[in-house]
Ligand binder design. Structure first.
Ligand code: TRP
Length: 341
């Protein structure tokens, strides 16, 4: 059985962009692959080091989002990154195999720096060693499980490419140890925001969250961007430029054809169309939100899932590190494993 590793930073709740962009794929793939999902709290701290409370709170929130969407603890190990120090150890060894200039050229890191001027300076002059190096840590995340496949969104492709380079270099110097992982881009493309932006994102304020209630959803959908050419209720419009229609499509409204026809004919007003979407959206989210309510009422079950997932992940990581240290000729045993002195 092949291995999958993927993960998210625990910095906020998941939205429809995450759901259609990656979660749905993970739920399907977990049946065919040995799956590990990392709650990347150490990585989240690289740009939230000043706000540990936020990261801690979101570890549990993220775990609940996963379980609510159908991540199955029987087949998938969900673990918390900081609980596997082997990853940090491998990060150190990997850091010799990548140049600082290569890290500076990573397009995703660059884009993030441009967004985080407050934290890392106008021109990135205050960038930390930790943030610049997080792709190395991500390479260790992936390699410590010797993952074959990494299901991610497009923005993560540079990190997977960097992982492949590091792993290749490791294998060349220390002997064949790691597989070169491949990115797995999910079928569905990027989900657009309510404002028509190409990307749904937390920082863009255009997202529908999986845990949003009726009132929140109503407010958001009422403000969604529609065809600007349509002025009066009975004007014919173009559904292709309307975000309301876009979401009718996304969640597969069974009346899609009617929606499209009536919109084009001008026999459907935007207010009614939005009202219908609000209702369909709540129906779509209902099973996810019911599961969330269950886990919120049973925090001990969430804890149990994380504990068991972390245990399995740790076992696999330890095995890899034993091999890594042999290959690197640092397999000393001055201290016995397991504290059985
Ligand atoms: N960088 C990823 C993100 O921001 C999260 C992540 C951390 C990850 N470790 C990973 C993704 C390993 C894939 C594999 O979404």
């Amino acid at each position: 059985m092949k291995t999958i590793l993927t993960g998210d930073r625990p910095t906020g709740n998941l939205h429809l962009g995450h759901y259609f962009g990656s979660l749905k794929t993970r739920v399907e793939l977990q049946k065919e692959y040995e799956t590990y999902i990392e709650i990347a709290d150490v990585q989240a701290l690289t740009d939230n080091f000043h706000d540990p409370e936020k990261v801690r709170k979101n570890v549990r929130e993220l775990a609940i989002d996963y379980l609510s969407c159908g991540i199955d603890p029987k087949t998938t190990s969900t673990y918390v990154q900081s609980q596997i120090p082997e990853i940090a150890e491998l990060t150190i060894f990997f850091s010799n195999l990548v140049t600082v200039s290569r890290l500076m050229r990573n397009p995703t890191t660059k884009a993030e720096l441009a967004q985080k001027k407050g934290l890392f300076g106008q021109n990135g002059e205050s960038i930390t060693y930790g943030f610049l190096g997080y792709p190395v840590s991500q390479a260790a995340d992936i390699a410590v499980f010797n993952a074959d496949l990494v299901p991610v969104g497009e923005d993560q492709i540079p990190h997977i490419e960097q992982t492949r380079e590091i792993v290749r270099k490791f294998n060349t110097i220390y002997g064949d140890t790691f597989r070169e992982p491949e990115a797995y881009l999910s079928q569905s493309k990027r989900v657009k925001g309510l404002d028509g932006n190409e990307k749904m994102g937390k920082s863009l304020g255009n997202a529908i969250y999986l845990k949003d209630d009726l009132e929140t959803i109503s407010k958001k959908i009422k403000n969604a961007v529609t065809d600007p050419q349509k002025i009066k209720k009975d004007d014919p419009a173009n559904p292709e430029v309307c975000m309301v229609y876009y979401y009718h499509q996304l969640i597969q409204n069974d009346q899609l054809e009617t929606v499209c026809k009536e919109c084009k004919a001008g026999s459907r007003g935007c207010v009614a169309c939005k009202q219908e979407l609000i209702q369909k959206m709540m129906e779509f989210l209902k099973p996810i939100q019911e599961k969330r309510a269950y886990y919120e009422a049973h925090p001990e079950e969430v804890e149990r899932v994380l504990k068991e997932g972390t245990r399995k992940a740790k076992e696999k990581a330890q095995n890899t590190m034993r091999k890594v240290k042999e290959q690197m000729k640092i397999d000393y045993h001055y201290i016995k494993e397991g504290n059985d002195e």
